[in-house]
Design a protein around this ligand. Structure first.
Ligand code: FE2
Length: 246
C-alpha cells in the first residue's frame, strides 16, 4: 500500500509507429457508443499520437436499430470534428471516415443500394453480433465481394462462437476476408480467451490489420498502458500488418 502511493505512472512508448495508421475507432462524438464529446475525442487522439500513430480512420457503428447512422450525416459530423481537431492543434492526420457495419438481420437491405463508407476507398469493415452470428452471413459477405468490396472482419478474436480450432475461421480466410485484431485484445482487455485467440491467429498468420477500437478515454488509457507490454512491442516489430499500406 505504502509503495503504491509512490508508484509512478509510466509514460506511453510510441510502439505503434510500426503501424502508423489506426483503422478502427469510434471518435466521432455522440453517434454511437464511442466518444461522448469533442473534448473526449481530442484527448483520445492525443493518446493515439503519443503511442505512435500518425494517421487515423474513424469507423462509427452502423447497426439498425441501435445506431441508425446515415452516411451523409456521419460525413458532415466527421468534417466538423476534423475542423475542431485541427483548431486544437492535435498533430495527427484524420485520414478518412468509414464505418463498422454489423452483419445482423438489418444488414441485407444495405446491399440493395450500397453506400458503404470505406477505409482508404477500398475496404469495408464489418463486425458480427457478439453472441450469435447471423445465419447466411457468409453469403452476404460473398455478395459484397461480388460487388467489388474488400471485406475486413473486425476483431474475430472477440466472438465466443468463432473458435480458432474450428474450420470456421479458416473458411473465412479462404473466402478472402481480411482479419483485424484489436490491439487491446493482446493485453487481455477483453478477457483471456480473446487474448489467446488473438495470439494464435497471429501465429497462424491469419491477421492483416490491427486496430485500436478506441471508444473513449478508458480505452485510450489501456492502450497507453499496453505500450509497456514487451510481448506486444515484439509483435509490432516483427509481424507484417497491412496498416502501413492505408
Ligand atoms: Fe468497433
Amino acid at each position: 500500500m505504502f509503495f503504491n502511493l509512490f508508484k509512478t505512472k509510466r509514460e506511453p512508448r510510441p510502439i505503434f509507429e510500426a503501424l502508423g495508421t489506426d483503422m478502427h475507432c469510434h471518435l466521432v462524438p455522440r453517434v454511437d457508443d464511442g466518444s461522448k464529446c469533442v473534448e473526449e475525442s481530442i484527448e483520445c487522439l492525443q493518446t493515439l499520437k503519443a503511442v505512435g500513430y500518425s494517421k487515423v480512420f474513424i469507423t462509427p457503428h452502423f447497426c439498425v436499430p441501435r445506431f441508425p447512422n446515415n452516411e451523409e450525416d456521419i460525413k458532415a459530423r466527421y468534417e466538423e470534428l476534423k475542423r475542431q481537431v485541427k483548431e486544437a492543434g492535435v498533430e495527427i492526420e484524420l485520414a478518412g471516415i468509414a464505418g463498422e457495419y454489423r452483419i445482423d438481420s438489418g444488414f441485407a437491405p444495405r446491399l440493395e443500394a450500397p453506400r458503404f463508407l470505406q477505409i482508404a476507398g477500398k475496404y469495408v469493415l464489418v463486425e458480427f453480433p457478439l453472441h450469435q452470428q447471423l445465419m447466411g452471413c457468409d453469403e452476404l459477405i460473398f455478395d459484397m465481394q461480388m460487388k467489388g468490396y474488400e471485406v475486413i472482419l473486425a476483431h474475430p478474436e472477440r466472438y465466443p462462437y468463432l473458435s480458432v480450432n474450428s474450420s470456421r475461421m479458416e473458411q473465412l480466410k479462404n473466402q478472402g476476408v481480411y482479419f483485424q485484431i484489436n490491439a487491446l485484445s493482446l493485453g487481455g482487455f477483453y478477457g483471456d480467451e480473446a487474448r489467446k485467440k488473438a495470439y494464435t491467429m497471429l501465429d497462424n498468420k491469419w491477421v492483416e490489420f490491427m486496430g485500436t477500437d478506441t471508444h473513449n478515454t478508458l480505452y485510450a488509457q489501456a492502450l497507453s498502458d499496453l505500450t509497456c507490454d514487451r510481448k506486444v512491442a515484439k509483435v509490432l516489430e516483427t509481424y507484417e500488418f497491412l496498416n502501413k499500406t492505408l
